[in-house]
Each structure stands twice: as structure tokens, then as C-alpha cells.
Ligand binder design. Structure first.
Ligand code: ADP
Ligand code: GN1
Ligand code: MG
Length: 422
């Protein structure tokens, strides 16, 4: 889909919207009319939007309907194209071509209620990473994201329906990956996330706003799930009884990291909090990691959760939404490779207590993510992007199957960590 500045995008963007049927019907009548009045269509749509907005939240398509305003704010009248891009579950990402390439993103403000604060965090963190990279004698050119200002000099843009946009330089010569099979590649990813954590080790945590409160607060995520089960807004709870039982059986375990923090074993650090493989950009020639992206959730957190989230996604022998659960398991060789790279990247910064809890972090992040997918399924798929009706349920089942396998392999994970320590 090509979206240009003249807003020709918005009719196709709304295609699946039932409530627009009547408008589309009228539009259909006009289709062959060379004088079709786009302005009238737009005005009627605006009216409809105002009305609908009183009653419910915007759909993603509605939220992106003012992309042309964002493009104008960043590029003026110059022609450009914007195409949906990437596989993120949260923001709406577009590749923009205007002389060179850019990434334009609509910040999902249902997930990030204060996009201005998120942008402040990102500006601070990227500046710090650039400085540290230079000090390490390395090339800072592609070491992190570069936020670009609007023509008026602002670091984000709010459109006329209250949606937030930002623009990044496209990091050229890079690709993202959804999986790795080779241990060496996974080692380099781990090192990139470890480097990221080490470079931010002296970042003043008090300068960071809490982008999403209680983000990796697993006991809180469990409570949210319990509320969603109780509410059962979509009438889906009965059909997911086994998954609900699995979550309840882990209620006590959800406390493990919080308890370690309270007793001083697990310190709070500046962490990334979303260390999925596709949040790393890889050099398209050497295959080596170039930089860590998706910095929205950089906040104080636990190192073991950053470690754990990468294992959850990257050391799973299947994709996160694979429905054939016999293919889901923890690849211990990939676990070892990642642990080696992460420990090398973090340098001496990890305490003995943190190292000991790395396997627990892997199980915790997988369980938490499974519970979040289940919660979203019960609430009617309002948080994560889905591409099929039971997508969140498939993802939940997959994550719970991985938890079960990880629990069996816990002693093996622990002995790998101990071996690496020597
Ligand atoms: P989400 O929060 O929805 O996951 P991301 O910030 O991770 O959004 O972006 C989605 C995808 O867009 C990434 O996985 C990556 O493929 C691509 N991407 C994002 N920023 C850049 C960039 N600056 N340069 C190149 N690709 C990018
Ligand atoms: C989301 O934004 P993305 O796709 O990189 C989510 C993570 C989940 C992940 C599951 C802000 O990550 O927490 O672990 O999906 N990000 C947010 O794939 O909620
Ligand atoms: Mg992402």
C-alpha cells in the first residue's frame, strides 16, 4: 500500500470498518464519477469519527488516518511515499521515502499514555549511547536511533485527532530478523543487548520517566489476568480453562523476582525491557548487530528480565505464534550462546545474585508474556496487534508450552550459567 501526502490513503485504510458501510456505499456510487468529491467524503467521515469517538476507542486504522498531517509536519509539501513496515506488535510503523529513507511511527498512546515523556526518554538515552560509543573508540554513526525534528523543530507531532507521530533516520544497510538458528548469531545479539545495558549503566535513572507503569511487574500482570477472567468481557473464559488453570498454578512463582528485589539480591538498573530479536538491527552484509531499537520501554528494571525476554523469543525452537506446540521448546545450545554473549556484554556489572537468577528471568518473562496474551484475548484483543482471530490465544498457548519445557530444563539452564561463571 502506498500512502501519499494527499491523503489518498484513507479510503483503503478503513476498508474493514463495518460502520463505514453506508459511507462506502455512497462512495461506491460515486466511484465512476470523475468529479467525486473527496472533500465531502472527508467531511462526512470526520463527522462520523466525532460521533464514534464519543462511544469507543479508535481503531488502529482510524488512528493512522491523519498520517498525511504528520508527513506534512516533517516534509512540508514535498512528495513522498509511506508504506507499512516491520513486525512490531505495538506501534504503527511506516517506511517513508523522500530522497532517502525514514521510519515514521505512530506512537500507540493507548499503550504509552505520555508519548512526550517517552520521547524525552529516547532523546536522553540515545544521546548517552552515542557518547559512550565514541568514548569506546567505536563509530557512533549507526550505534543507536536518531530522532528527527519536525519542520518546526519539535521531536514529535500531534495530529488533529490527537495521535502522536515521530520520525527516525532509517538505519541504512540493516535488516531485522524474526529468528536465529546459529549459535554465533545469537551470541552476537546477546552481546548487543549486554553492551546496551552496560552503556546505560551510569545513566541517571531519575531522568527516566516511567513509560508504562508496572510494565514487568509480573504479580501485577497476574492480577490483571484475574480481573479479565472475572470480567470475561467477551465470554471467552470458559473456552480457555486450561490456560487459566496454568496461570493460577504459577501464582506463587510470579512473586520470585519481586521477592529477590526486596531482599536486595536483585538491583534495579536501566534496562531495555523489550529485548526481542526483532528489536535489533543487523548489518545486511556482515550479519552483525548494528544497534538496539524500540527504545520506548527503557526504564528502571531487572537485568534478568532483559536476558529472559530474549531467551523467550530467540531460544524458542518455534515462532512466538506457532500453533503446533510439539515444535515449541527451549533450545539449550541457543540458551548457552546467549548467556555467554550477555555476560560478556554486561562485563562485570552483573552481581552473583543476578547471574544466579538469569534462568528464573527466562521463565518469568515467558510466563508473563503468556499471561499478557491471555489477558488481551479475554479483553477482546485491544493491546497487541493481531493478524487472525485467535492470534493472542495461539501466542499464549505457545508461551505456556515454552514455560513448561523451561521448567523441566531449569537445572540444565542453571548448570550452564554456573559453568560460564568459571
Ligand atoms: P514496535 O514497538 O511496534 O515493535 P519498533 O520500533 O520495534 O515498533 O519498529 C518496528 C520495526 O520497524 C522494527 O522491528 C524494524 O524492523 C523497523 N525499524 C524501526 N525503526 C527502524 C529504523 N530506525 N531503521 C530501520 N528499521 C527500523
Ligand atoms: C511487544 O513492540 P514489540 O512488538 O517489540 C510488547 C512486549 C512483548 C512483545 C511480545 C510495549 O513488543 O512487551 O513482550 O510484544 N511491547 C510492549 O512479542 O508492550
Ligand atoms: Mg519492536
Amino acid at each position: 500500500m502506498i500512502i501519499n501526502e494527499k491523503c489518498q490513503a484513507w479510503p483503503p485504510l478503513f476498508q474493514e470498518e463495518n460502520s463505514l458501510k453506508s459511507i462506502k456505499k455512497n462512495k461506491g456510487e460515486k466511484k465512476n464519477n470523475e468529479n467525486r468529491d473527496i472533500a465531502e467524503y472527508q467531511a462526512r467521515y470526520d463527522e462520523w469519527l466525532q460521533y464514534k469517538r464519543k462511544g469507543r476507542k479508535m481503531t488502529r486504522n482510524e488512528a493512522c488516518s491523519r498520517i498525511h498531517e504528520a508527513l506534512t509536519a516533517y516534509f512540508g509539501d514535498m512528495p513522498q511515499t509511506a508504506t507499512p513496515y516491520g513486525n512490531g506488535h505495538i506501534n504503527d510503523t511506516f517506511l517513508v521515502i523522500h530522497d532517502r529513507r525514514y521510519i515514521l511511527q505512530r506512537i500507540n498512546h493507548l499503550v504509552f499514555p505520555h508519548p512526550d515523556k517517552v520521547m524525552e526518554n529516547i532523546l536522553g538515552v540515545t544521546e548517552h549511547i552515542r557518547k559512550r560509543t565514541k568514548q569506546e573508540g567505536q563509530d557512533p554513526a549507526r550505534c543507536t536511533l536518531t530522532v528527527l525534528p519536525t519542520l518546526r523543530g519539535a521531536y514529535f507531532f500531534r495530529d488533529s485527532i490527537g495521535c502522536y507521530w515521530r520520525l527516525y533516520d532509517f538505519v541504512e544497510g540493516t535488516v531485522t530478523r524474526e529468528s536465529v538458528t546459529c549459535k554465533k548469531d545469537f551470541y552476537t545479539c546477546a552481546k548487543a543487548f549486554g553492551d546496551f545495558q552496560r552503556r546505560l549503566a551510569d545513566y541517571p535513572a531519575e531522568r527516566l520517566h516511567e513509560a508504562i507503569s508496572h510494565f514487568h511487574d509480573t504479580p501485577r500482570r497476574y492480577k490483571d489476568l484475574c480481573h479479565a477472567i472475572e470480567e470475561d468481557r467477551m465470554g471467552r473464559a470458559e473456552s480457555v480453562r486450561m490456560e487459566i488453570e496454568f496461570a493460577h498454578a504459577h501464582a506463587e512463582f510470579t512473586q520470585a523476582l519481586e521477592a529477590a528485589h526486596k531482599t536486595g539480591i536483585l538491583p534495579l538498573r536501566v534496562t531495555h525491557n523489550d529485548t526481542k530479536l526483532n528489536n535489533i538491527l543487523f548489518d545486511d552484509t556482515t550479519g552483525l548487530p548494528v544497534c538496539v531499537i524500540d527504545l520506548d520501554t527503557v526504564m528502571p528494571g531487572y537485568s534478568v528480565n532483559d536476558f529472559g525476554d530474549s531467551i523467550r523469543f530467540g531460544a524458542n525452537t518455534a515462532a512466538e505464534d506457532e500453533t503446533d506446540l510439539s515444535r515449541v521448546s527451549l533450545d539449550l545450545e541457543l540458551f548457552r550462546a546467549f548467556a555467554e554473549g550477555f555476560l560478556a556484554g554486561c562485563g562485570d556489572s552483573l552481581t552473583a545474585g543476578e547471574r544466579e537468577l538469569l534462568p528464573t528471568g527466562a521463565i518469568m518473562m515467558t510466563l508473563e508474556c503468556g499471561m499478557r496474551f491471555l489477558t488481551d484475548y479475554l479483553k477482546g484483543d485491544i493491546y497487541f496487534k493481531i493478524h487472525r482471530p485467535a492470534h493472542n490465544l495461539d501466542r499464549c498457548r505457545n508461551q505456556f508450552a515454552l514455560v513448561a519445557d523451561m521448567e523441566e530444563k531449569l537445572p540444565l539452564m542453571q548448570s550452564i550459567i554456573r559453568e560460564l561463571r568459571q
